[in-house]
Design a protein around this ligand. Structure first.
Ligand code: HEM
Length: 165
């Protein structure tokens, strides 16, 4: 049971952290360089599938993570606030929850606004005001995605060192 949970947990976390890392380090900077007329449609095409997959992997990470704390025979809930292992896992849980709030609560709505604005100016040059709005939204998205990347990196680091504490 524990092995299956751990397998699901690790595979989902590889996707979750991997997709955010790819976005922040590879795709984001390249799309930014290509400009809003390319960035907009690419992000609109990617967003629905990425949001769905990230939501599914987040749920699997949370459920398997909680069950792992219950089923590991060498740890219990009480350990979360009484051992080095527990505090470490707790920091990881908090980082994961904050990452989910930033991701689903701030990044997704900002991305939707950017997509809608991009779609409304497709096929023509944006007005100066629209250009400014697009720039503002993409700067906000860039900042939020970096924050999210830092949070999932913290979560990953705490999880990987937990067994040595
Ligand atoms: C983005 C978020 C997360 C990532 C990337 C992540 C990743 C991982 C990885 C890679 C491991 C295996 C570590 C190893 O083999 O040494 C692990 C273990 C674990 N994770 Fe997570 N995890 C995340 C969130 C969570 C959450 C939210 C919980 C609890 C609700 C949780 C509970 C655990 C537990 C109990 C272990 C076993 C630790 C041990 O080896 O003693 N994880 N996690």
């Amino acid at each position: 049971m524990y092995t299956t949970l751990r397998l699901l947990h690790v595979v989902s976390s590889i996707y979750f952290v991997g997709s955010i890392t790819f976005m922040v380090l590879v795709l984001g900077p390249r799309l930014k360089r290509l400009g809003p007329t390319i960035q907009g449609p690419v992000m609109s095409a990617l967003s629905p599938v990425m949001v769905a997959l990230n939501a599914i992997s987040f749920i699997i990470i949370m459920v398997t993570g909680i069950l792992m704390i219950f089923t590991a025979n060498w740890h219990s809930w009480g350990d979360l606030v009484s051992t080095g292992w527990g505090w470490d896992i707790l920091i990881g849980i908090v980082a994961t929850i904050v990452a989910a709030v930033v991701g689903f609560g701030l990044i997704v709505p900002t991305g939707i606004r950017q997509g809608k604005l991009g779609a409304s100016i497709a096929g023509r040059a944006p007005t100066p005001e629209e250009g400014q709005q697009l720039q503002g939204l993409s700067a906000k998205l860039e900042k939020l995605t970096r924050i999210n990347f830092t949070l999932v990196a913290i979560a990953l680091a705490t999880m990987v060192i937990a067994r040595y504490l």
